[in-house]
Design a protein around this ligand. Structure first.
Ligand SMILES: [Zn+2]
Length: 309
């Protein structure tokens, strides 16, 4: 009899564990897919993009998106993207720079997770004989440390909008930015263009539709999405931290509630932006800044995985 009760109890516990393990929080409601025309673009034939990974840091999937597993440790990318264009090249974000250890030390201890340091953007550009005179600036998706650390090594203008300029003045999340931006030229752009793929306003950098910045605030005040269209017709959306991993798009799984409150200045706006991106997922290749594999279709600038010197 006792064995029977133990057996029943075991079945009950097993069923509970299975139920908990297979629990999936409800995804965000599916937005209508974008079926309209894609905005016109005439990128020059010699325009190219390249990825420059500068390192990774560890984070658990459970903290990255709703329904993620606690035992699934993700390598969060700190990767810059070089967009080469005859009218002047741009970097999207700057990755980890040579002072990254000092930048990590400024974080609260719970945010300092194991990390791997690769080669800085500056050293990768040098290794590829890149002429820095061709670099018009670094467009930051937003001003958090893991996107701007490498600015310290690059004496080129930092492209940012009015709302982000306000954010960096007041928010403790921009402490590293304030440090690395000291003495740097700020190139202030405005969203002077029309709505773009569901986003309310845009800025067409070269005037040919090849690189278009859109307003997607909420993670920080002035966070942006950078749309890039290549001469072969492929389109990319560099969405910064609208979601930290691609499951934000593929599973419509936003950040877990407490993390939304912690990480986003306006969580509801982040959700709006994420839904706009989800509506585009069949038309545009979406690159969440920290998803290592989202960069797979983008060729490396130089291949190296160890810090020089
Ligand atoms: Zn980030």
């Amino acid at each position: 009899m006792t064995y029977l009760w133990i057996g029943i109890a075991l079945v009950g516990v097993t069923a509970s564990v299975v139920a908990i393990r297979s629990f999936r929080p409800a995804p965000l409601p599916a937005p209508e897919p974008w079926t309209g025309p894609l905005p016109g673009a005439s990128p020059p034939g010699d325009m190219t993009i390249h990825q420059l990974p500068t390192g990774t840091y560890d984070s658990r999937a459970a903290l990255a998106y709703r329904g993620g597993s606690f035992s699934d440790v993700r390598k969060f990318a700190a990767t810059a993207v070089l967009v080469r264009h005859p009218a002047g090249d741009l970097l999207i974000d700057a990755g980890f720079g040579s002072d990254v250890d000092a930048h990590l030390a400024t974080l609260p201890s719970f945010q300092r997770t194991p990390h791997h340091l690769g080669v800085t953007v500056r050293d990768q550009l040098r290794a590829g004989d890149y002429d820095l005179a061709g670099l018009r600036g670094v467009v930051i998706t937003h001003a958090h440390w893991d996107h701007v650390s490498g600015l310290a090594d690059l004496d080129v203008p930092i492209w940012m909008n009015e709302a982000e300029a306000r954010y960096v003045e007041r928010d403790k999340g921009a402490a590293v930015f304030r440090d690395v931006a000291r003495g740097r030229e700020i190139h202030r752009y405005t969203f002077d263009g029309p709505p773009y793929l569901g986003f309310p306003a845009s800025h067409d950098v070269h005037g040919d539709g090849s690189v278009v910045l859109v307003e997607a605030g909420g993670h920080t005040d002035g966070s942006v999405v950078v749309f890039v269209t290549l001469p072969d017709g492929r389109r990319f959306a560099f969405i910064g931290d609208l979601t930290w991993q691609v499951e934000g798009v593929t599973l419509r799984a936003e950040r877990p509630g407490p993390l939304r409150m912690l990480a986003d200045v306006q969580p509801a706006k982040v959700r709006d932006g994420l839904l706009r991106i989800i509506a585009l997922r069949d038309r545009v290749h979406v690159v969440p800044a920290h998803d290592v594999h989202a960069y797979d279709p983008i060729p490396h600038w130089v291949v190296s995985d160890r810090r020089v010197g």
